[in-house]
Design a binder for this molecule. Structure first.
Ligand code: TXA
Ligand code: MG
Length: 319
């Protein structure tokens, strides 16, 4: 028998065990019709931070939140008329819809890289569907590969990339579609194609009865032309590498905090990078108080998840 690390055939028992693991905050790789996902409880900042750590991503990208069915999506995002039409026509399926967060949405801000919108899809795969139903959670999942490698379409691909980094891989056979979902953002002006994928532009335009719009190229970010999302930035100036802090400033601390700030939040008093990543977006928002002069940020080490945290902080500081 060949040795298959971490891989479990997607039996009902294995799916229930994987759902329990997700509810505990563990990561689970699971099949969808497009590619294998690296899933985590979308409502847990810590579990989402673990995704970025395992994928070894140098920056935080907003992730797709997977739901069992349309009703679950409606609890976390607000669908306009175009999004409703598209969900009705293509769900479950390989179309991801980007829409504003619903009031009271419990999905982690880290999952959407601090954005006010969320990407949502209902995958058309029996294992993904059963897992989502058993977990009773929205599941955030990027493709289950190390950053920079190609997306996995079999459980073996996932294991060869991530074995030793994750404990659970559900094997549902090869993915039928084999390329990622199409990502469409609906706006009052029309629907914007953010990423081509499993559902074609023509199919979408037929359902909408109008052309898809091209995304506006993000001029603030000429170094990353592939990056089509504008990221959340605080309205206050952000001052990095702070070694002292003024009484008019908010302090985003890391480790033992500087003293003297008007208000201090600590990414991690114990200098734990996963905890810091989990807190980053929520704390930046909480400190963005127009009554203050700036957000002073203490240095975060440029190792592991620290690279993604610093990437995000630099973007916030250079806007
Ligand atoms: O087929 C797929 O979509 C696979 C399977 C696992 O479902 N998932 C996937 O996820 O490809 P990921 O994280 O590799 O791609 C997410 C895409 C990125 O292009 C990201 O920029 C976009 O969705 N995205 C996510 N949230 C967004 C948002 N709020 N606004 C704009 N784009 C967003
Ligand atoms: Mg990917």
């Amino acid at each position: 028998m060949t040795f298959r690390p971490n891989i479990a055939a997607a039996s009902p028992q294995a799916i229930n065990a994987a759902a329990a693991a997700l509810r505990r905050g563990d990561l689970v790789s699971f099949p969808t019709e497009t590619v294998y996902g690296l899933g985590a409880d979308a409502t847990s900042d810590q579990a989402i931070a673990a995704i970025f750590e395992v994928k070894n991503r140098p920056s935080f990208n907003p992730l797709i939140v997977h739901v069992a069915a349309f009703d679950q999506a409606r609890e976390i995002v607000i669908f306009d008329e175009r999004a409703l039409k598209l969900a009705e026509a293509f769900w479950p399926g390989s179309l991801t819809l980007v829409a504003p967060r619903a009031p009271g949405c419990k999905v982690s801000l880290l999952a959407s890289a601090g954005l006010d919108t969320l990407a949502v899809r209902s995958p058309d795969h029996p294992v993904a569907h059963d897992l989502l139903c058993a977990a009773r959670l929205p599941i955030a999942a990027p493709s289950a590969n190390i950053s920079g490698k190609i997306s996995p379409t079999t459980a073996e691909h996932v294991a060869s990339d991530l074995a030793g980094r994750i404990d659970h891989i559900l094997d549902g056979g090869p993915c039928r579609v084999g390329i990622e979902s199409t990502v469409v953002k609906t706006t009052p002006q029309g629907a914007v194609l953010l990423r081509p994928g499993g559902v074609t532009q023509t199919e979408i335009e037929q359902v909408l009865g109008e052309r898809l719009l091209k995304p506006v190229v993000n001029v603030a970010n000429p170094d990353a032309p592939g990056q089509l999302t504008s990221h959340y930035a605080p309205s206050l100036p952000v001052r990095l590498g702070a070694t002292e802090v003024a009484s008019t400033e908010a302090l985003l601390a890391f480790g033992p905090p500087l003293v003297g700030a008007a208000r201090t939040l600590n990414l991690s008093t114990s200098s734990d990078l996963r905890e810091a990543a989990a807190n980053l977006f929520a704390m930046m928002r909480a400190l963005d108080d127009p009554a203050l002069s700036a957000i002073a940020v203490m240095a975060v080490p440029q190792t592991g998840l620290g690279r993604a945290i610093n990437d995000r902080l630099r973007r916030a500081a250079s806007k």
